[in-house]
Design a protein around this ligand. Structure first.
Ligand code: PLP
Length: 380
C-alpha cells in the first residue's frame, strides 16, 4: 500500500475556465499565465490542455520556457520578468521568447546581444505597484534605445489592487498619461481586472488564477459564482481514528482540547504535502464528501478532523457514526475513508479559496505549494 494522498488535475475544468476568461476578454487576446509550474498544476499538462485555446503562454522560468519550445510549442511565450543577465539572451533569441523589459540596462544588453529587430519585446511601466517598471523618463529612454531596432513593442503594466477596494482606475490614469500619443498595443489585466473591469483589458490580458478555478476576490465573489470550476483536488484518507474524552487535546502544542467526548480522524496529509500549517482549528474539510472541520495544529505528515457530528460515514457500509463511536472496532470502520482537503468530491466542492481564507492566505499559495511527494493524476 502506498500513502493514500493524491492530487487530481481536471483538465476539462482548466479548459472550461479558460473559456470563462475568453468570454470576458472581448477582443483582447489572452496570455495563459503558467508560471510556477502552472500554479502547481504541472506546466506541460496545462500547456497541452490549453494549446489550442490560448494566444500565448506567460511564465517566469527560462528553463521551463525552453522546454516548452523543445516540446514543439509554437505559440508566443512571454517572460514576465524578462532576462536577469546577459548570458540568457542567446536562449531568448534562439527560442523566440518575448522579454518584459523593466530596467534601462536591459536595453544595452539587448543591443550588445544583437537582438533581432523582428522579435517582440514588452516594456513594463510602473503605474503604482512600485515593483517593476519604467517611469516617464525611463520609458522615453527605453523607446529611444529601441527606435529603429525593435519593431514590435507592447506596453504593459500590472495592477496592484484590481481585487481590492482601490480598483484600477488610478493606475489606468497614470498609464494613459505615461503612454499618451503612443500607438502601441497594451497588456494590462490580470484575472481580477479581467473579471471586474471590462474597460481595463488592453489588447492582451494575462489571466492566471482564474484558469485554475481560484477566485481572485473570494470575499467579493466565490469561484462558483464566477462559473469557475476547481482544477486541483487534493485528497487523502483517514489512517486512524481516535476517541477523545473531555479534557483530551489534539496534536502539537495541544492547541485544541475537547470539552466533551469526541471522535476524530487522523488524515495522511500535512504541511510537507502542501497543506497550510497555519490552517487553524475549524478549517473546512470534506470527509466522504461531508463537510466538517480540522482540529488542532497541522503537522508535517498528518492533520486531524472532527468526526463527532458526522451523521454517518457513508461508503463504509453506511455505519452510523455513533455506532462507530460506541464500537470497539472504530479503527477498522472508518480507516480508508476519503478526505478531500480542497477541490471536488463527487457533486460537492470545497473551494481552495475557503481553505486559504481560513488559513489567512490565498488559493495561489496553496496550489503553488503542492509538494513534489504528492502523486498527481489527470482527468478530463
Ligand atoms: C502572475 C501574473 C499575472 C496573473 O495574475 P492572476 O492574479 O493570477 O491572474 C498577470 N500578470 C503578471 C505580470 C503576473 O506576474
Amino acid at each position: 500500500m502506498t500513502r493514500p494522498i493524491r492530487a487530481t488535475i481536471d483538465l476539462a475544468a482548466l479548459r472550461h475556465n479558460f473559456g470563462v476568461a475568453r468570454r470576458h476578454a472581448g477582443h483582447a487576446k489572452l496570455w495563459a499565465v503558467v508560471k510556477a509550474n502552472a500554479y502547481g498544476h504541472g506546466l506541460s499538462r496545462a500547456v497541452d490542455a490549453l494549446a489550442d485555446l490560448a494566444d500565448g503562454f506567460a511564465l517566469i522560468e527560462l528553463d521551463r520556457a525552453v522546454a516548452l519550445r523543445e516540446a514543439g510549442l509554437k505559440l508566443p511565450i512571454l517572460m514576465l520578468e524578462g532576462f536577469y543577465t546577459a548570458d540568457e539572451l542567446p536562449l531568448f533569441i534562439e527560442h523566440r521568447l518575448t522579454p518584459v523589459l523593466h530596467r534601462l540596462d536591459q536595453l544595452q544588453t539587448l543591443q550588445d546581444a544583437r537582438w533581432p529587430a523582428a522579435l517582440p519585446v514588452y516594456l513594463k511601466l510602473d503605474t503604482g505597484m512600485h515593483r517593476l517598471g519604467f517611469d516617464a523618463a525611463g520609458l522615453a529612454a527605453a523607446r529611444a534605445a529601441l527606435a529603429g531596432r525593435v519593431a514590435d513593442i507592447t506596453l504593459m503594466t500590472h495592477f496592484a489592487d484590481a481585487d481590492g477596494p482601490r480598483g484600477v482606475d488610478w493606475q489606468l490614469e497614470r498609464f494613459a498619461s505615461l503612454t499618451a500619443g503612443m500607438d502601441l498595443p497594451r497588456s494590462l489585466a490580470n484575472s481580477a481586472a479581467l473579471l471586474r473591469y471590462p474597460h481595463a483589458l488592453g489588447d492582451w490580458a494575462r489571466p492566471g488564477i482564474m484558469l485554475y478555478g481560484g477566485s481572485p476576490f473570494p470575499q467579493l465573489m466565490p469561484a462558483a459564482e464566477l462559473d469557475l470550476q476547481p482544477v486541483m483536488t487534493l485528497q487523502s484518507e483517514i489512517i486512524a481514528v481516535q476517541t477523545l474524552a473531555a479534557g483530551d487535546s489534539v496534536g502539537y502544542g495541544c492547541t485544541f482540547t475537547a470539552d466533551r467526548p469526541m471522535k476524530i480522524g487522523v488524515v495522511a496529509c500535512g504541511y510537507a504535502d502542501g497543506y497550510p500549517r497555519h490552517a487553524p482549528t475549524g478549517t473546512p474539510v470534506l470527509v466522504d464528501g461531508l463537510r466538517t472541520r480540522t482540529l488542532g495544529r497541522v503537522s508535517m505528515d498528518k492533520l486531524c478532523v472532527d468526526l463527532t457530528e458526522l451523521p454517518a460515514i457513508v461508503g463504509v457500509g453506511g455505519t452510523a457514526a455513533n455506532e462507530v463511536f460506541a464500537g470497539t472496532t472504530a479503527n477498522e470502520v472508518v480507516t480508508g475513508t476519503t478526505v478531500t482537503l480542497w477541490g471536488r468530491a463527487g457533486d460537492t466542492v470545497l473551494p481552495a479559496d475557503e481553505v486559504a481564507t481560513a488559513a489567512g492566505t490565498i488559493s495561489y499559495e496553496l496550489f503553488c505549494a503542492l509538494a513534489a511527494r504528492v502523486p498527481v493524476t489527470e482527468i478530463g
